[in-house]
Design a protein around this ligand. Structure first.
Ligand code: F6P
Length: 550
């Protein structure tokens, strides 16, 4: 880690020294030495409370981290994002998802053009369309109102709306079903279609490119399903699309009125705020969707205007970086204690790992250290009885995010959930020393002690509403962006997913039964062997005759 402009920075060097000095300091001692630690190291922002007192750090750590953030140009990077600069440098694009939740009169510029008139016009069209579909005014080819929404997409065109629709289930119209299809294993779409009335079904094909193999495959199945049951002429009344590729959507047979644009300055993993959220809009209603945008907009204003040391996304980003760079934390765990947030870990995993899972910095040089953490998680209660063992006693410290709502739902459930959540962060922090074990045989003592000293953030929203959900997601988006700025990576491209796509495309003809030998000649023996095994099985020969494989 020596010799790089990042690690040569005085703030970085000071953090290295500071981390060494803190090495033997236990979180228990930090709490014991400062009764006001919670007050000092927690942050309220409207209906959101963030407690970061249970991180192994001090006020000095925070000061040095902010120095590092300033030295790495976080303020300028933040301004560039809001100014619509081409911060996605490898694709020469802006990353202006903040424009999608800009509900003010403010202009937002990309390449010298205010994108807001088009954003607002699209929002107005989405409102009309979703109101009509939701209320039953918009009918299918047989005159039936729409009662089933099926979103077809993958990655950002799937996970975002699926997570939000799931989290806001209480806000959904009860006589409208919403399903999400992403898997090209047609077992998924078949299972969903089985229960649906074609005359009352609306498919939304969400694909920025309108070329993603999995989504096009599923869209084709859905189209055939409609055509078989209602005829070719019904396609226009049973499909809507969200895409930058308006031509391809039209070629698929989707009526122009039902096609909603997104723009190349919207990344897939931050697209739920755009027309990609159409399924949520229909299910929950436009007003709730607007509140979802309002929550994100409030986080945007905070992120844009607050000084770095009073800026929640920046604070959480720098704490994450502190653990990754100076404490050897390889991962972070996202642990919601609220059933409605069960897909939050998946969403944040995609957001963080697709954004910052990079091997090189923006200038093409290798990344430093552990940029881009492994993000995993799951519902807190279930996870307590599974991977929490490693969080408590595994050799590598893994910082955790605990997330819950203070109000709403069944009170008894909430008592149980929150008691557990608070207890988990406490246990991770305090641990248990051998001297505190009662009547434990000496040989069991090492197994029953806990080092503690393990860090966590707790995020509490007053209530889980469209507004607070919007705040929460935007908080993580900005956190990931800030970490990208400090590590020096481009958080907005995803070249790493391309190679697999290309290779799959070139293998598919062989698997389809085409001339395999030519295609496989240049492949390694493992890949060729696996393809051969599949082709044998497909030809009905089956068996695992290893010696016959090429
Ligand atoms: O393969 C990754 C990816 O490009 C994501 O970034 C994106 O959200 C997803 O595929 C789907 O892409 P599209 O919306 O173009 O179908």
């Amino acid at each position: 880690m020596t010799g790089h402009p990042l690690t040569m920075l005085p703030a970085w060097q000071a953090l290295v020294t500071h981390a060494a000095a803190l090495r033997d300091v236990h979180l228990r001692d930090l709490f014991a030495g400062d009764p006001d630690r919670f007050a000092r190291l927690s942050f309220s922002l409207g209906p959101l409370l963030a407690d970061y007192a249970k991180h192994r750090l001090t006020a000095e750590t925070m000061g040095l981290l902010m120095e590092l953030a300033r030295a790495r140009g976080v303020e300028a990077g933040r301004a560039a994002m809001f100014a619509g600069a081409a911060i996605n440098t490898t694709e020469h694009r802006a990353a202006l998802h903040v424009a999608l939740r800009n509900r003010a009169a403010r202009a937002m510029m990309v390449d010298g053009v205010d994108v807001m008139p088009e954003v607002r016009a699209t929002r107005a069209r989405l409102k009309t369309f979703s109101d009509r579909a939701r209320s039953g005014v918009w009918t299918g080819a047989t005159g039936k109102p729409v009662r089933h929404i099926v979103n077809i997409g993958i990655g950002g065109s799937h996970l975002g709306p699926m997570f939000v629709a799931d989290a806001l289930k209480d806000h959904r119209r009860r006589d409208l079903s919403v399903d999400f299809v992403s898997n090209p294993d047609r077992a998924q779409i078949d299972e969903i279609l089985e229960g649906l009335d074609p005359g009352a079904t609306l498919f939304i094909v969400a694909s920025k490119s309108f070329a993603t193999a999995e989504s096009m495959f599923n869209a084709g199945i859905a189209r055939d399903w409609i055509v078989d049951r209602l005829g070719e002429g019904a396609v226009g009344r049973h499909f809507a699309a969200v895409s930058t590729n308006l031509k391809a959507a039209a070629a698929f047979g989707i009526a122009a009125d039902n096609v909603f644009p997104i723009w190349d300055w919207v990344g897939g993993r931050t697209s739920v705020w755009s027309a990609v959220g159409l399924s949520v809009m229909i299910a929950c209603g436009h007003d709730d969707f607007d509140q979802f945008l309002a929550g994100a907009e409030s986080m945007d204003r905070h992120f844009e205007t607050a000084s770095l040391d009073q800026n929640l996304p920046v604070i959480l980003a720098m704490i994450g970086l502190w653990h990754a760079a100076f404490s050897g934390a390889p991962a972070i765990a996202i642990l919601p204690y609220d059933h409605r947030l069960r897909l939050l870990p998946n969403h944040i995993q995609q957001l963080d790992m697709e954004s910052n899972g990079k091997g090189v910095m923006s200038d093409g040089s290798p990344v430093i250290g552990d940029a881009g953490p492994i993000v995993f998680g799951g519902g807190g209660s279930d996870s307590q009885h599974s991977f929490f063992q490693l969080l408590h006693q595994g050799p590598r410290p893994i910082p955790c995010d605990f997330i819950a709502a203070l109000k709403g739902g069944d009170p008894a459930s909430r008592d149980l959930l929150l008691a557990n959540m608070f207890a988990q962060s406490e246990a991770l922090m305090t641990g248990r020393a051998a001297k505190d074990l009662n009547a434990t045989p000496a040989e069991l003592a090492p197994h029953r002690t806990f080092s503690g000293n393990r860090s966590s953030t707790t995020l509490l929203v007053d209530e889980l509403t469209p507004y607070t959900l919007g705040m929460l997601i935007a908080l993580y988006e900005h956190k990931v962006f800030v970490q990208g700025l400090v590590w020096g990576v481009n958080s907005f491209d995803q070249w790493g997913v391309e190679l697999g796509k290309e290779l799959a495309k070139s293998l598919q003809p062989a698997l389809d039964g085409g001339a395999a030998s030519g295609l496989l000649a240049s492949r390694d023996s493992s890949t060729a062997g696996l393809v051969a095994a599949y082709l044998k099985a497909k030809a009905g020969q089956g068996g695992r005759q290893r010696e016959e494989m090429p």
